[in-house]
Design a protein around this ligand. Sequence first.
Ligand SMILES: O=C(O)c1cc(=O)[nH]c(=O)n1[C@@H]1O[C@H](COP(=O)(O)O)[C@@H](O)[C@H]1O
Length: 287
Amino acid sequence: MTGFSTQSIGTIVTFIQQLDAAWRANDSLLCVGLDPDVSRFPQALQNGDGNIFEFCKAIVDATASAACAFKPQIAYFAALRAEDQLEALCAYLRRNHPQIPIVLDAKRGDIGSTAEQYAREAFERYGADAVTVNPYMGFDSVAPYLEWQDKGVIVLCRTSNPGGSDLQFLQVDGVPLYQHVAKLVAEKWNRNGQCGLVVGATFPEELAQVRRLVGDMPLLVPGIGAQGGDVQATVNAGKTAAGLGMMVNSSRAILYAKPDAAQGEDFAAAARRVALQTRDEINRYRG
Ligand SMILES: O=C(O)c1cc(=O)[nH]c(=O)n1[C@@H]1O[C@H](COP(=O)(O)O)[C@@H](O)[C@H]1O
């Protein structure tokens, strides 16, 4: 498949256009991560078919007005043979929250012919607007995703986990490897103008460095909330001149927010409260 997919929202066609519209419409840089861990669901949703979908549906309905993106993590569905529920969730999102882009977090990275299948899975099976990919195998492993000219391809650059330094911080020609990745993507791979980079909130100095290297390219920034990244440092380091340019992801801190029983909150209301607080905290530092 080559060219543009059929998805279109009015005149909004590409992932970047959709993301830019969502940033502005919801005044939010918050990406709500959908990492559904059944063992942490409310008791009533612990057993039975379809509960992953029901849990995520309640979360997305409760948080959509506070979000600029949703990021379902495919492993949480696949491990439980629940890909059908991920399909249903993506279809639900496209139908009910079409203004919010779906970033499928799959972190794929394989040779070209296999990458073609992964690209079809992300963009055709799930109808995602963007997908996360691993650049370790080089350009030909990323190129198949670029055949979808309107879709986002978000490349791992400086990940939030401590072990990310094992490879990403190696000096290559006197420059850390993650900076080579940032420049490669910005200067060579971004042929459709739909690429982004993953940079962890746990490394604000490197986040600022990547922002200097890639102009206004969108950055997916996980690591606030459960991983403890500092929101002020993250936003100061990663925002563009227009105060945009980031999808700041939080998953567990929103999904498993503790309901305030005195207020009669259920899990979805608690998730909404934390999502709104997180959006507002991010906005305090956008300028
Ligand atoms: O690509 C990602 O989304 C990602 C990259 C990274 O460097 N660090 C990282 O935590 N993530 C993902 O972001 C989410 C973080 O979840 P919380 O730590 O619960 O907010 C998980 O789905 C991770 O797989």
